[in-house]
Design a protein around this ligand. Sequence first.
Ligand SMILES: Nc1ncnc2c1ncn2[C@@H]1O[C@H](COP(=O)(O)OP(=O)(O)OP(=O)(O)O)[C@@H](O)[C@H]1O
Ligand SMILES: [Mg+2]
Length: 583
Amino acid sequence: MTGRGWRAGAGYRLLVSALRRQRRGLAWILLWSVLESVPPLLSGLLVSVAIDGFLAGDVAGALGALGLFLGAAVVGALATRQVFPWLARVVEAVRDSFVVATVTGALTDAVQSSGPSDTAGVARLTEHVQSVREVLFAVLRIVRQIAFTVVAALIGLCLLAPVVALGTALAVGLAMAVFLVRMPKLAATQKTVLLAEEKVARRAGAVFGGIRDVVACGGERQAAGDVGRAVNDHVRLSRRLAVATSSRMVVVFLGGQLPLLALLAAAPWLLVGEHLSVGELVGAVTYLTAGLEPALRRLLEVLATWGLEMGVSVARLGEGFAPGDGARPATGGVPAPGRMSLTAEALTFAYSPHAAPVCRDLGFRLAEGEHLAVVGPSGTGKSTLVSLLAGLLPPTRGRVLLGDTPLGDIADGELRRVIGLIPQEAYVFAGSLRENIGYLAPGAGAGEISAAASAVGLDELVARLGGLDVTLGPEGAELSHGEAQLVALARVYLSPARIVILDEATSALTPDEEATAEAAFTARGGTLVVVAHRISSAVRAGRVLLLDGDTAVIGTHDELVQLSSTYADLVGHWRHDAMSAAT
Ligand SMILES: Nc1ncnc2c1ncn2[C@@H]1O[C@H](COP(=O)(O)OP(=O)(O)OP(=O)(O)O)[C@@H](O)[C@H]1O
Ligand SMILES: [Mg+2]
C-alpha cells in the first residue's frame, strides 16, 4: 500500500515505549543477572587458587577453593530461576502492546477501504507479533545471559592476569566492531528474505482465494508459475542470507580463539619469566575456553539470526499500525480546506498488464463542495474509478490530484483522513454502535455521535436496539444490510473526511432513506461523489459522469439525457424500476 514505508519506525518507537513501561521488571532482571554472573566471574580465579594450592601441597586451601566454586554455581542457578518470571512479565506486556497496535491498524484499514478486508494481512502481522515475542524472549534470556558472562569473564581475567585481559578485551572489541560494521548489510538481506516470504503468502493467498476463477479461465499453469517464481526468489534470498551469516565465524575467531592461541603461544615465556603461575595460566585458559569463546560464539549466532529477525519484524509491524501510532508528521501536502479540488488527468487503469484498461485517458475536475453522480452499466468501471479517486488503487498511467498534489505523494494516513469511501458492503465490527460510529473520529463527544446517527437516519435502529451502547456481534450480524449501510454512513459522516465517496453505499436503503442520507452529506459540506443506482440519486447531483465502455461523458442530468443515448436508456430503465417498485 502506498505511503506505508514511513510507519516502519513506529514499530521501534512502540517497542521502546513498551519496554520503558516495564522499568521495574527490567531492574529485577538486571539484579538477578548480576548474581547469575557470579560463577563465570569467579571460575578462573578459583581454579587458579585450587591448582596453585595443590602444587604447593595446600590441599585444604585447594579443596576450599573448589568448594567455593560449587557454592558460586548454586547461587548462579538460583538467580537463573528467579529471572524467568520477570522475563515472562516483560515479554508478554510488550506483546500485548504490539497486538493492540496491530489490530487497531487492521480495523482502521477495514473501515476505511473498499473491497474485502485483508484477513491474510492480519494473519501476516500477527505472525510478526509472535515472532517479536519469541525473539524478544530469546534475546532477553540468551543475549542478556551471554553478555553478562562475557563481561564477568573479562573482569575475572583482569583480576587474575591484567595483561592477558587487556589483549583479550582489545580482540573482543575488534571482533564486535567488525560485526557491527557488517550488521546493516545483514539486516538488509534479512529484510529481503522476509519480504520474499510475505510475497509467497500474498501470491498463494490470491491464487487460493480465486481458485475457482483460475480453473474456470484455464489459468492453472500461470497461477502455479506465479507462486513458483515467488517461492524460488525466497529460496535464493534465504541461501544468500545463510552465506552472509556464516561469515560470523571470522568474528568468533578474532574475539574468541585468537586470544587463546596468543596466550598458549606466550605460555612458555610467561611461566619461565614468572609473569604467571601455572594456576593463573590454567585459570586464564578457563576464562577463555569455558567463558569467553562459547559465549561470544552464541552471542553472535543469536544476534545474527534472531536479533536481525526481530529488528526486521518490528519494522514490518510498524508499517501495519493505524495512522497516528507512529506519530510521524504528514509528508504529503494535504491542501488547506477550500483548495481540495479533485482532478483526474489522463487517468488510465488496467488490472493487469495484459488486461484491457477499465478506465482510459479520463480527465475531469471536481471543485471542492461539488456533488457528482457516477453512473453506467454494470461492469463499466464505476467502483474502479472511485477507488482510483480515493487513492486506494494506483493509476497505471495518468494521475489523480488533490488540489495540486498527486495522491501518490500524500502519506496514506493523511489521505484516509481526507477522503472517505464507503463501499456497497458496509463493514461493521463487533463492539457498540457508539464505537462503530465514532471509530474515525476518536475525539467525538456523545452529542456529536448521536447527531451523526440522527442525521443519516439511524434513530429508528438506535431505538430498536435500545441505545448506542448496545454491543453488536461479529460483523454486526444482527443488522440488516440497510442498517449496516446506515452505520457505515454515520461513521464517515462524523469523520474528518472532506471528500466522501459512496460506492452504491445506499443500495439497500429505500429511496426515502437514501434521500435523507444524501441530504445529510450535502448539508455536512465537502465534496460528495455517489455511484448512483437510482434516477433520484443522479438527479440530485450537480453533475453526472457516465461511464460507458470506452467513453466517458460528464455533464448535468439534463445535458446527458440530450447527449447520450446510453444515459437516456439508463434513465428509462431506472424510471421503469421505480414505477414497478411503487406499484
Ligand atoms: N480485482 C479485480 N481484478 C480484475 N478485474 C477486476 C477486478 N475488479 C473489477 N474487475 C473488472 O473490472 C471491470 C470494472 O469493474 P468495476 O467493479 O469497477 O465495475 P462497476 O461499474 O463498479 O460494476 P458494478 O456496477 O457491477 O458494481 C469489470 O470488468 C470487472 O470484471
Ligand atoms: Mg461497482
